[in-house]
Design a protein around this ligand. Structure first.
Ligand SMILES: [Zn+2]
Length: 81
């Protein structure tokens, strides 16, 4: 989980092979907060999520469709494999 001041990782995930990808993903969210501000980030994130839900997507699919999540996944895939 990313917060404006750092990233929290559950101890169970520290040994997982995808730790690098997770950290890059969360760093992208911190960069997004810096670019958009907390309010702008939340507006974009929640706006995309609720647009997805109103369009009939289930929770997980609406989450996956959030543009800020897509960006974080894309950068993490590119940089961390
Ligand atoms: Zn994310």
């Amino acid at each position: 989980m990313a917060m404006p001041w750092g990233i929290y990782v559950h101890p169970d995930r520290l040994q997982r092979p995808d730790l690098g990808r997770l950290i890059v993903h969360e760093l992208v969210h911190i960069d997004q907060w810096r670019r958009l501000g907390a309010v702008g980030w939340a507006r974009s994130y929640m706006g995309d999520y609720f647009r997805g839900r109103r369009a009939g997507l289930k929770h997980h699919d609406a989450y996956r469709a959030i543009a800020l999540e897509k960006e974080a996944r894309d950068v993490a895939s590119h940089l961390a494999g």
